[in-house]
Design a protein around this ligand. Structure first.
Ligand code: ADP
Length: 171
């Protein structure tokens, strides 16, 4: 399966790129962002300082530094404001733009955290459906790539797996 769920810290994954759910400064934060910066070491922050931030729904590539992953694709998810402020479209754009950067660079494996579902407050089931559908559509459009949805807990993994199962039933 080119698209599957794994459970654990995204910082442990040996992939061409891990996606970071960053904030728009790209200068680090809490949650998965903090974990990635801690594991990557100070070189990552130095490179991020030169990027000039990132808008919600967009994505930017850096090196992976001390991570096992060769690179990091930083994206900025939407802050949940009730669901009628374009949140779905911005979240889909995060997955799409990260996939496009990976494909443009010839990367063969990429791992995503559940973008926006932590402090940004996006409902997890709704976010998982958007992630699954957007990645599936991008996989259809391009080269063979291994895509991992990285859940930080078993309950989160079940939510992501259910979204993948629903998608497969539609096919
Ligand atoms: P956001 O600001 O986009 O909501 P968070 O980092 O607060 O980002 O949370 C996004 C998701 O990442 C949450 O589901 C959270 O449980 C998860 N997460 C936190 N740390 C890690 C990690 N080390 N590896 C993978 N996922 C993580």
């Amino acid at each position: 399966m080119p698209l599957r769920v794994v459970t654990g810290s995204i910082t442990d994954l040996d992939v061409d790129a891990v996606v970071n759910a960053a904030n728009s400064t790209l200068l680090g934060g809490g949650g998965v962002d903090g974990a990635i910066h801690r594991a990557a070491g100070p070189g990552l922050l130095t490179e991020c300082r030169g990027l000039g931030g990132c808008l919600p729904g967009q994505a930017k590539l850096t090196g992976g530094y001390d991570l096992k992953a060769r690179s990091v694709i930083h994206t900025v998810g939407p802050v949940w404001r009730g669901g009628n402020r374009g949140e779905d479209a911005v979240l889909a754009s995060c997955y799409r733009e990260a996939m496009r950067i990976a494909r443009a660079r010839g990367l063969r494996s990429i791992a995503f955290p559940a973008i926006s579902t932590g402090v940004y407050g996006f409902p997890k089931t709704r976010a998982a459906r958007i992630a699954a559908r957007t990645i599936r559509d991008e996989l259809k459009a391009g080269e063979e790539m291994e895509v991992l949805l990285c859940a930080f807990s078993a309950p989160d993994a079940a939510i992501l797996q259910a979204a993948l199962d629903d998608l497969n039933e539609e096919n």
